[in-house]
Design a protein around this ligand. Structure first.
Ligand code: SF4
Length: 430
């Protein structure tokens, strides 16, 4: 593990690229958000393409009534012949009559709704008057024109912040949609450490939504929540600056930063976390046998790249060649950059052809990238990891730290097995 006192790469010059990008749109976030928020419905105002993306990403649900759907804009809507607002009002009324369990309705903008300039914020205001207070109607954009796929969650949470009640109580707010089992583990650890009260954004149900105020202290669990962070600051809440809870080290530092904010010393945290931390370190060590000494290249996709590079270099012995992120927020990513040893190229944004040239030149052992780039790189003999898997798999806090390391070890092991069983084919690919 790297010495904490050694210089990190916060002041490393950043290569900024603004060319063609390979991204997935923000509608993807609905897949994990609809599972988390049990009384919410996500109504995408979009095209058949948007509906197909959601269905194929979520899997077709046959037995359950899904909590997302698409109001498909037909040609007459796109041509301005029909009144899309009137049709939307009708669709929403029909949906809410059929689903009285819905308490929060998100109108989700898409490329088509933005192209015809359908004003979903006015629609949300209008529909809140019609269907409130039983149902709160909000809107955010999941459009793929300018977003990466994790920006959907950020936009959704940011849309909720202005509507949250005011409080002057000192409370901890955990921000980011974690799988329930992971959230429960985090709450149990914080309870044992003595941090309370603790609220979560998003909450499982609207009635559990947190209140916000100048004494709210919030800790992000995801590094892609830049807009939500800004919205919380506008409400006077203060961020607890810390590395993210990935891996044994990241989780411990995150918990210690939170505890310190509530007047609890690091010794208490160490005592509480000793057993789960030891379990995490043991599980990580098993995967690290495959990862140690391997070179990794992060293409910009999930916005998890910087914390994952910190975890893989410090706890798994990997060497980062390039760490690329769609956006680099110094106040969110700064504590992570302090921990990453100087050396790798740091880049923000993408010019995909130039970046692919760098991948081909450096030939890393593993490239973390989007789905669209993985197959071509695999065909060139380069092992890849799909970034999107990282948000669909529970990877936060101690109990998941071994799984997180294993996600990166798996493609390397697969290649080792293939190379052993088909040495000639692997040579041909390379
Ligand atoms: S929002 Fe845009 S990028 Fe996403 S599925 Fe719809 S049309 Fe495609």
């Amino acid at each position: 593990m790297t010495d904490l006192t050694q210089a990190g790469c916060r002041s490393t010059p950043v290569l900024r690229e603004r060319g063609q990008r390979e991204v997935f749109c923000g509608l993807t976030g609905i897949i994990w958000l609809h599972r988390k928020m049990q009384d919410a419905f996500f109504l995408v105002v979009g095209s058949r393409t948007c509906a197909h993306l959601l269905q194929s990403a979520a899997g077709v649900m046959i037995f359950a009534e899904p909590r997302f759907g698409t109001a498909v804009l037909e040609e007459k809507d796109l041509a301005g012949i029909a009144d899309a607002n009137a049709e939307l009002d009708r669709e929403v009324a029909r949906l809410l009559a059929r689903r009285p369990d819905i308490r929060q309705l998100f109108l989700v903008g898409s490329c088509p709704s933005e192209v015809i300039k359908l004003d979903l914020s006015r629609a949300a205001e209008r529909l809140s008057v019609t269907h409130g207070p039983t149902v709160r109607v909000l809107n955010f954009s999941g459009s793929g024109i300018e977003t990466t796929f994790t920006e959907g969650e950020d936009a959704c949470l940011a849309s909720m912040v202005p509507t949250l009640r005011e409080t002057h109580d000192k409370e901890l707010l955990i921000v980011g949609a974690l799988p329930d089992v992971v959230e429960d583990q985090a709450l149990a650890l914080l309870g044992q450490i003595g941090v309370n009260p603790v609220r979560c954004l998003p909450a499982k149900r609207a009635e559990l939504d947190p209140a916000i105020g100048p004494n709210t202290r919030y800790a992000l669990t995801q590094p892609f929540l830049g807009e939500t962070h800004a919205a919380l600051q506008r409400r006077g809440a203060r961020i607890i600056s810390a590395p993210f809870p990935f891996g044994a080290e990241g989780t411990t530092l995150w918990l210690k930063a939170v505890a310190a904010e509530f007047g609890i010393g690091p010794d208490k945290v160490d005592a509480v976390v000793a057993a789960p931390r030891a379990r995490a370190e043991k599980a990580i060590a098993a995967a690290a046998r495959t990862l140690r000494g391997k070179r990794i290249f992060f293409m910009p996709d999930s916005q998890l790249e910087i914390p994952l590079a910190r975890f893989l270099t410090r706890e798994c012995g990997m060497e980062a060649v390039e760490i690329s992120t769609p956006y680099l927020h110094s106040d969110i990513h700064g504590p992570e950059l302090d921990l990453i040893a100087a050396g790798p190229t740091l880049s923000e944004g993408q010019d995909v052809d130039l970046q692919l040239d760098r991948v081909r030149t450096t030939r890393p052992d593993l490239t973390v990238c989007g789905l669209g780039l993985a197959n071509p790189l695999e065909a060139e003999g380069l092992a890849t990891k799909w970034a999107i898997e990282l948000v669909f798999t529970p990877v936060h806090f101690y109990e998941q730290a071994g799984d997180l390391a294993a996600l990166f070890a798996r493609p390397l092991r697969r290649r080792e097995i293939l190379a052993a069983s088909h040495p000639n084919r692997m040579e041909a690919a390379e």
